[in-house]
Design a protein around this ligand. Structure first.
Ligand code: TYD
Length: 138
């Protein structure tokens, strides 16, 4: 990932670890930089499956693989970067204007997503050429 990107960055979570295992707490406006309006998770994803393949106009979201792993390809309109999500203590913050695709899911992957808005289809850009036009205007 380009560490200078204003649209994509890592978010670190601090697990509470003791002999009983780990506990990871995620608080809005603290461990993620926005109020949490929606939580969803991807699971039972067959090998070879691709999810996402879109960008958002205004939505901010953090994705964290709470089990297993997957890869996320990110594109701000000037080339792709692929990062692996495989740690329960690290998520990826995806700001608006990033074409993102999740793929290469492990069988046990559970990808948790925290978003700052309810589901609104109008916020999606699902056509890549439209995304390129949108990002040039942004
Ligand atoms: P989709 O956008 O295709 O998921 P992905 O981006 O992971 O490929 O969503 C699949 C279906 O789920 C689609 O009918 C819309 C619905 N959906 C909701 O109702 N609420 C949500 O929060 C999300 C993310 C999707």
């Amino acid at each position: 990932m380009d560490p200078k990107s204003p649209r994509v960055s890592y978010v670190e979570f601090s697990p509470f670890t003791d002999s009983r295992g780990q506990l990871v707490s995620i608080e809005e406006n603290v461990s993620v930089p926005f109020p949490i309006a929606r939580i969803y998770y991807l699971c039972g994803t067959p090998g070879g499956s691709r999810r996402g393949d879109h960008a958002h106009k205004t939505l901010r979201q953090v994705a964290v693989a709470v089990a297993g792993s997957c890869e996320t390809t990110l594109d701000e309109g000037a080339g792709e970067v692929t990062v692996t999500l495989n740690g329960r203590d690290r998520g990826i913050l995806i700001e608006p204007g990033v074409w993102h695709t999740m793929h290469t899911f492990s069988e046990d992957c559970v990808l948790l997503v925290l978003a700052d808005q309810p589901y609104e289809e109008e916020d999606y850009i699902r056509d890549y050429d439209e995304f390129l036009r949108w990002i040039q205007r942004a």
